[in-house]
Design a protein around this ligand. Structure first.
Ligand SMILES: Cc1cc2nc3c(=O)[nH]c(=O)nc-3n(C[C@H](O)[C@H](O)[C@H](O)COP(=O)(O)O)c2cc1C
Length: 342
């Protein structure tokens, strides 16, 4: 039995018997201790691409939310990822929403979460980054602390940005989580301009992205694209989880953000729209429902420059990323060869 089949036929059924958050913590703990590896060697930079001054061995990175505090920073390369996005990190440490707050929809190959930015805060994250020897690029995703009133959001983001930007290869301003009251309203033109220009005033060097929801109207997406280009931001991460419930067969349908297979089409539409509305130099990081090589290849064809996975990795296991990278090589992208042997 190959290692990929072992995960899917043996390990995953065992993990999926556990409460989803317990299984997540167990998985993260195993990665952080270096007990899970997918490749014989880390992604090689030989055939990679340089985007916004950063070299990527191939396009597949880990999406925000899996390693919120950067506890496993030095090990994501062992799993074949070419970059990792830590966070969401908030200025103040916070516990997030009350559990249960993470749900599996196995028949739909999906997850619903309402974690609510549980994290140890920006100061702890800065320390982790200082202690890290990550061999792959590290992005930091920042969000608004729950205790901070929405009208003071710009100062809250600015604190985290000032501290973390010098330690990151890129920073993402998360205004699209459905689990912090009022947060998604910050995607509107005026508040978004206020937050992002404040960050640009602090530091113009760190590549800056904004992460959008898949539930925005085309007019609202066009506004975000305008703001990004007006301020000369590096790009957009598209997309976060959706509040909509497209084509679900599972019950119960919990409150929170939906990710995985039912999100694929929505996220694809947003990427295609943004590619049409942004100039070629705006970098698009495509995320949302990448469950197969075809999903990954389609996002690249629609105009994504880089990709991220979360739910697909939970369902696919440690061999998921090397499989995607190998598949993308077949589809003609130009990532570096992986020495994975599965
Ligand atoms: C349990 C869970 C927690 C998440 N936490 C965050 C987060 O803290 N910040 C963020 O920007 N996105 C977060 N996300 C969203 C993912 O980064 C990603 O945008 C989304 O899940 C779509 O990708 P996927 O279908 O590959 O999972 C989270 C997703 C999940 C499933």
């Amino acid at each position: 039995m190959s290692e990929a089949s072992f995960y899917r036929q043996v390990l995953r059924p065992l993990l999926f018997r556990l409460d989803p958050e317990v299984a997540h913590k167990l998985g993260l703990w195993a990665v952080a201790n270096g007990w899970v590896k997918a490749t014989d060697s880390e992604p090689s930079l030989d055939a990679g691409k340089t985007l916004f001054g950063v070299k990527f061995a191939h396009p597949v990175g880990l999406a925000a939310g899996f390693d919120k505090d950067g506890v496993a920073l030095d090990h994501w390369a062992d799993l074949g990822f070419s970059f990792v996005e830590v966070g969401t990190v908030t200025r103040h440490p916070q516990p997030g929403n009350l559990p249960p707050r993470l749900f599996r929809l196995v028949n739909d190959r999906a997850l619903i979460n309402r974690m609510g930015f549980n994290n140890e805060g920006a100061d702890a994250c800065a320390q982790r980054l200082d202690d890290s020897d990550s061999t792959i690029p590290v992005g930091i995703n920042i969000g608004k602390s729950k205790v901070t009133p929405i009208e003071e959001a710009d100062q809250d983001y600015a604190y985290s940005f000032r501290l973390l930007a010098p330690r990151a290869d890129y920073v993402v301003v998360n205004v699209s989580s459905p689990n912090t009251p009022g947060l998604r309203g910050l995607q509107d033109k005026e508040p978004l301009l206020k937050i992002l220009s404040a960050l640009k005033d602090i530091d113009t060097n760190t590549p800056l992205f904004v992460k959008v929801a898949p539930d925005l109207s085309e007019a609202a997406l066009a506004d975000v694209a305008d703001v990004v280009q007006t301020l000369g931001l590096t790009g957009i991460v598209a997309t976060n989880t959706t509040l909509s419930r497209p084509d679900l067969s599972s019950d119960p349908q919990q409150e929170g953000g939906l990710s995985g297979a039912p999100l694929t089409r929505l996220s694809d539409q947003v990427i295609a729209f943004l590619r049409r509305h942004c100039d070629a130099k705006t970098v698009l990081i495509g995320v949302g429902g990448i469950m197969s090589v075809d999903d990954a290849a389609r996002k690249l064809e629609l105009g994504a420059d880089l990709l991220q996975v979360y739910t697909g990795w939970v369902y696919g296991g440690p061999k998921f990323v090397p499989e995607l990278v190998r598949g993308l090589q077949l589809s003609g992208w130009s990532p570096s060869p992986s020495s994975d042997t599965a």
